[in-house]
Design a protein around this ligand. Structure first.
Ligand SMILES: *Cc1c(COP(=O)(O)O)cnc(C)c1O
Length: 366
């Protein structure tokens, strides 16, 4: 099926069914200190896939719904999600950061998980309508934002291991606080010999539930040993750096920026892409290539490792204070945020809040 024309999309969104909640719950939430993922705005977007097609989008009150105990997602995990944010600018505008890129990634995840492709044009218009309806839920305090969580899942009640015939897409939104209350908190990372996250041919590049459940135990063990998170190495040689938690990794060595290449096992972060583009714009050479953990440890010993940081939607930039591998530990940038990581954080957030121009048209004003 070809993409509908703009007028057809508008038509479809005119057809969007809206059922408003009877009473807003906004007074139950302190938008200046909302935490992360604890509260949900009044409405959510729902699109059902039935009879071989995605149906007309609906905006309905956020709330519980009933599900069969035989629901295929609960058993076999045929489900995908996304995570993006909307920001309240000082000019009063609300901007969604890199919406189209997030929706395209949602479709790449869908493809890997046999979930039918969504029309990103319709999704964009429906999502903008949702954010406009719940615009009071976008926190005004700088640093806070509205987290947007799309979720698509198999809706069949059937115990066979096969792609479902029915699906549901939901987009819920959640006001969230600034990741850092006061200054950056550098994280301490450790590798693990025992576990892997993803192997070539698996689903590491997709935001699908099955990539996250199995990481909870290794993360718990790392926590008990005093580390913030696990830094994943490749499944085959346990030598090449992959990523950490829900963040991609960057290392600044001798004036140049290195990040592991996207080879199918790593999630292709939108923040990662933003850092790469802004670094190149700042004339810092960027290398996307396989990066051995030994290379980073050697650079640290030689004194050429300048900075290390993670990138992801939740924190934007997360400085790395130390890495432990095979009984060896290196410190990066004296456990402080480095100037380059700070520059990336400042630039990305300035674009998100509309405080500086947006050279790549990353924001969509709703
Ligand atoms: C979401 C995610 C990231 C970061 O992606 P962004 O688009 O920058 O938020 C990195 N790694 C994993 C495993 C993720 O789930």
């Amino acid at each position: 099926m070809s993409e509908p024309s703009v007028s057809e999309q508008e038509q479809l969104v005119d057809d969007l069914h809206i059922q408003r909640c009877e009473q807003s719950r906004i007074n139950e939430v302190n938008l200046d200190d909302p935490g992360f993922g604890d509260h949900f705005s009044d409405h959510m977007l729902s699109i059902k896939y039935e009879h071989g097609d995605w149906q007309v989008p609906e905006i309905i009150p956020f709330g519980d719904f009933s599900i069969s105990p035989a629901n295929a997602t609960l058993h076999y995990g045929q489900t995908v999600f996304e995570g993006m944010k909307a920001f309240h600018g000082e000019d009063g505008s609300i901007r969604i950061f890199r919406m189209q890129d997030h929706l395209e990634r949602l479709n790449r995840s869908c493809k890997r998980m046999c979930i039918p492709k969504l029309d990103t044009g319709i999704l964009q218009e429906a999502l903008k309508t949702l954010i406009k309806m719940d615009r009071n839920w976008v926190p005004t305090q700088h640093g806070n934002s509205l987290y947007i969580r799309p979720l698509a899942f198999a809706a069949d009640a059937n115990l066979g291991v096969a792609p479902a015939k029915t699906y549901q897409l939901l987009i819920m939104t959640s006001p969230v606080g600034a990741y850092y209350d006061e200054g950056f908190d550098p994280v301490s990372l450790t590798t693990t010999k025992e576990y892997i996250r993803s192997a070539k041919g698996g689903s590491g590049f997709a935001k699908t539930a099955c990539n996250y459940g199995p990481t909870l135990l290794p993360a718990k063990k790392a926590h008990e040993d005093g580390y913030t998170q696990v830094i994943w190495l490749d499944a085959k040689e346990r030598r090449y750096i992959e990523e950490v938690g829900t963040m991609n990794l960057f290392f600044k060595i001798d004036g140049q920026l290195y990040t592991p290449s996207l080879n199918g096992t790593i999630l292709g972060g939108i923040t990662r892409d933003s850092v790469i583009k802004l670094a190149q714009r700042a004339e810092v050479p960027v290398y996307e290539q396989p990066l051995a953990i030994d290379q980073v440890f050697d650079a640290a010993r030689e004194g050429t490792l300048e900075e290390a940081f993670g990138s992801g939607t939740a924190a934007v930039i997360s400085p790395i204070g130390s890495i432990t591998h095979d009984g060896d530990k290196i410190m990066t940038n004296k456990d402080q945020i480095g100037p380059f990581a700070q520059q990336m954080f400042d630039t990305i957030t300035a674009i998100q809040y509309g405080k500086q121009d947006d050279p790549y048209n990353w924001t969509t004003t709703v």
